[in-house]
Write a protein that binds this ligand. Sequence first.
Ligand SMILES: *Cc1c(COP(=O)(O)O)cnc(C)c1O
Length: 475
Amino acid sequence: MSTHKTDDPEALFRRAAEHALAFRRGIADRKQRPDMTYGEALAKWEASTPENGQPSEAVLEEMVRLADGGLHAMTGPRFFGWVIGGSHPAGVAADWLVSAWGQNVGNHMAAPAASAAETIAATWLVDILGLPNGSSVGFCTGATMANFVGLAAGRSEVLRRLGWDVEAKGLFGAPEIRVAVGEDVHVSALSALQFLGLGHERVLKVATDAEGRMLPGALAKALDAGTGPCIVMAQAGQINTGASDPFEEIVPIARRHGAWVHVDGAFGLWGNACPTRAHLTRGVELCDSWATDGHKWLQTPYDCGFAFVRDAEAHRRAMAFGASYLPPVAEGERDPTHYVPELSRRARGFATWALLKHFGRAGIAEMVERHCRIAKIVADKAAEEPGIQMLNKVVLNQAVLRFGGNVSIEEGNDKTLATIAQLQKDGIAFAGGSKWRDRWMMRISVSGWSTTEADALKTAEAIKSAWRQVRGRND
Ligand SMILES: *Cc1c(COP(=O)(O)O)cnc(C)c1O
């Protein structure tokens, strides 16, 4: 065993910054996909367990060398693969300091600045997203955990009203909770149900319209058919169409049954921060809890999500725990860990604060608006080409395209998958596929801060070119 005490943090940190700059500088011009597959990357990384340590600078250089070729230009301007934001430099820089400062933001006595940044960023988020004043906020790893937190608060509250303490007693012997979800619910929201003992299969599936929005009549029917406590999981931003549930109609139905309404708004909730799109999420503030991501539309580095709960007491009850070695929290004080499942945790408040400060309310509205405009341009331009069909009404940042024209479902699926593969191979723009209602489609998700209208035109051309290559094979 050897230890290295000669490492120079200054040289190391500078080197890391140089590598970061080199990567970001070339991002727009490189292929918008990795140059190697996972298998190839694994072969490159393959090595036996290190027995003896090495200087940290050498380790850093080796990591950069090994990662090269296997990095995806997710922060590039023509990455449309998933709604995953683009790690804005303002957040990346803040996040470097988060690591350098090494604050464990479990409680506010140990980490006052990190806790304060979270508290203030939380109130800004509630304001910008148009949620009820005083809603509590948990900073977690992403929307999957934010869904978990919101649903945990709902589970706690609907059972508390019946005199059942789920935190203490668990679900064994508890009144059965009915959970209603739309047919087009995101899989991650179902996994949150799975973690909570509510099951992802025993849900009441509520029919949706052509854009994936819950049908109010179907929800009423599902809830009328039974009795007992219930939770309705709604959605702001369907992953294929970008459509949101009609909250103004479904919340009163849920209320009649005393249901808790949770919203999976991983990206779609940000539409509420944009005056020209807020009508899409009208009434979302009437719900009880909301999940959204920082690392999608707000452009923070991964991992960052937010859980909002109108009833702060239910939120705390579901998440908080005490221990003799943890400082007590006085009335009116906020401990970050009381609103999320983790104890030791990353100081997510700093990058969140930095991005809210950098964009401001106006900058967020402008970016959301631009992304929605770009999604529409890509889809409109691509659909000018014979054989390319736009499948959704592009209202938000999502556009779905299908290839082949008037052919059978199977043939359309083959053509669509072949076009996606060709687009990815060409590497000018990156989009992935999604299977929805038996049909494969190319999914364009616009969510990177650096994407411009020029990128939209370039992307539409790349899609048309990919399709022409596929079509040409059979001509
Ligand atoms: C991305 C997404 C999630 C999951 O969020 P993570 O941050 O990846 O955990 C959940 N729901 C919807 C609608 C999403 O788009």
